[in-house]
Design a protein around this ligand. Structure first.
Ligand SMILES: CC(C)(COP(=O)(O)OP(=O)(O)OC[C@H]1O[C@@H](n2cnc3c(N)ncnc32)[C@H](O)[C@@H]1OP(=O)(O)O)[C@@H](O)C(=O)NCCC(=O)NCCS
Length: 209
């Protein structure tokens, strides 16, 4: 091995270790939002919301049921309209994964939940990422900036824990969802399936480096 190859290999090994460490650090936190009090309130465009971030194990079953129902109402029709179809058991199981973390917005007055995102910290194709699996805002609270606010909260965590990227999946037929993510600076990720694969979804991401 040449000296240059040795340096390159040791640099990439160091980088892989650093990425692993940043994920481990984030995963050690019971509440990874603890250092971001500014993201625990959303008082704009007529909203009066409090936010909390919890691991699936600390979520109450009523809120988990609401999360499923909201996903069914919001994106069930798009799933039905594409090759994936709406598979309630799969969605229930995904939302109840032991590794899942939730950021939930609650109406301060009514105590009614308004929206949530479900995510995890993970190594994705060798990259340290926050993977956002679900982003759902109740129709009553849509277009009031809440979705963008929750995405900013996730991005703040990616930066804080020194991770590379925020990655997410969106159905190609979800045009509003696509517009939302593009507006926030997300683009098709290098790991997204090729056009020729004709998959119903796209993987999008944004670098935080
Ligand atoms: C997509 C979604 C998460 C956006 O959340 P939101 O709180 O309504 O969005 P915001 O108010 O933060 O919007 C931020 C920007 O995104 C874009 N945007 C959001 N919703 C849009 C829509 N329906 N059509 C076009 N652009 C949209 C706009 O540019 C908007 O800025 P503007 O209102 O100043 O024009 C929400 O509408 C939702 O839950 N939809 C159903 C579920 C879904 O599609 N989830 C995402 C994919 S899984």
């Amino acid at each position: 091995m040449s000296a240059l190859e040795e340096i390159t290999n040791s640099n990439s090994a160091a980088s892989a270790t650093a990425q692993q460490k940043s994920i481990e650090k984030a995963n050690r936190q019971v509440n990874p939002m603890v250092d971001f009090p500014d993201f625990l309130k959303y008082d704009q465009n007529g909203c009066e919301l409090d936010l909390y971030c919890r691991r699936k194990a600390d979520m109450d079953s009523k809120t988990l049921k609401w999360a499923f129902k909201l996903a069914e109402k919001n994106v069930g029709p798009q799933y039905k309209a594409c090759s994936l179809g709406w598979q309630p058991k799969v969605k229930q199981s995904d939302l109840n994964k032991a590794w899942a973390r939730y950021l939930v917005a609650l109406d301060r007055k009514t105590k009614k939940p308004a929206g949530y995102t479900m995510f995890r910290f993970d190594l994705d194709y060798g990259r340290s990422v926050l993977y956002c699996y679900e982003m759902q805002v109740d129709s009553e609270y849509q277009r009031k900036g809440l979705g963008a606010f929750m995405m900013q909260a996730l991005e703040a965590m990616v930066r804080h824990y020194g991770m590379e990227r925020l990655v997410l999946t969106v159905l190609k037929n979800n045009e509003d969802g696509m517009r939302f993510y593009r507006k926030l600076g997300y683009d098709v990720d290098e790991t997204s399936p090729d056009k020729s694969d004709n998959e119903a979804y796209e993987i999008m991401s944004k670098s935080m480096l």
